[in-house]
Design a protein around this ligand. Structure first.
Ligand code: ATP
Ligand code: MG
Length: 242
């Protein structure tokens, strides 16, 4: 098995001083694999990926990317390092066209950006067909694909989508997860946050349940699917780490 590309160790992060939301979380993601972070509402899942993306202050712990310490890298520099974050909401510019959404997510090099846009249109043919459409004119599924494409413009080694299946039809959920599997097959490490536990685990290699900012259960996705503790953690029936 290859070495992890992203390693999070004992991460503590929160929005205001002395109120940790992520409380000592640790995880790692292998290139070409999907790790899904599950957990009850308010567990700190979004805060965890935001802290990795430089959007929430980190108090202690480390974020290592390819063996390099990138903890507390400011958000504007994170994409350039190779981490593509896809926010849970407001992840496309509704008043910009598809092509302009991609353009503003490119690197400082105009020629690299042009090439990246062409790569995205090969990867997402639906977006190529709608390149002049505005963000707000896209369906929910197309919007999610555009959000992925924006995060992929800088060829990240780690893609972090936050609840990519939220609000989508079951059919579209399947398409979104298939696309993530296709991306992982190219070597990208996917660290995904999801509420849709079963469908997400079926598409993932590993899963992790975050409760009160700390991982409580971690393992191969297939094993977690059959683990009764999964449901119990969601319902708050387990008090101590099992
Ligand atoms: N911008 C913010 N400022 C202050 N506190 C926040 C902010 N965003 C989230 N929180 C708090 O952090 C905690 C964890 O929120 P977070 O959004 O990380 O949870 P989550 O696991 O992603 O939940 P959900 O499944 O509902 O998306 C919550 O108690 C929330 O109130
Ligand atoms: Mg969230």
């Amino acid at each position: 098995m290859s070495a992890p590309v992203l390693t999070i160790s004992n991460l503590v992060a929160g929005y205001v001083p002395d109120v940790p939301i992520v409380r000592g979380a640790s995880l790692n993601v292998i290139p070409g694999s999907i790790l899904t972070v599950l957990g009850p509402n308010g567990a700190g899942k979004s805060t965890l990926v935001k802290a990795i993306a430089g959007l929430v202050p980190v108090t202690s712990g480390t974020v290592m990317l390819d063996g390099k310490d990138v903890t507390s890298t400011p958000a504007h520099a994170v994409a350039g390092l190779g981490i593509g974050y896809v926010p849970q909401t407001e992840n496309v510019f509704t008043t910009l066209s598809v092509v302009d959404n991609l353009k503003v997510s490119g690197s400082p090099s105009a020629s690299d950006t042009r090439m990246a846009i062409e790569r995205m249109f090969v990867l997402f043919p639906d977006l190529a067909e709608r390149r002049r459409h505005l963000g707000r004119e896209l369906s929910g599924g197309q919007r999610q694909m555009l959000a992925f494409a924006r995060a992929l413009m800088r060829s990240p080694r780690v893609l972090m989508p936050d609840e990519p299946s939220a609000g989508l039809s079951p059919k579209m959920v399947g398409i979104v997860f298939e696309k993530l599997q296709e991306l992982a097959a190219t070597g990208v490490a996917v660290l995904m946050v999801e509420q849709n536990a079963k469908a997400a685990l079926r598409a993932s290699d590993r899963g992790l349940v975050l409760v009160e900012g700390k991982e409580r259960l971690e393992g191969p996705a297939r094993q977690l699917l059959d683990d009764p503790r999964l449901g119990e953690l969601y319902l708050g029936k387990i008090d101590e780490a099992a």
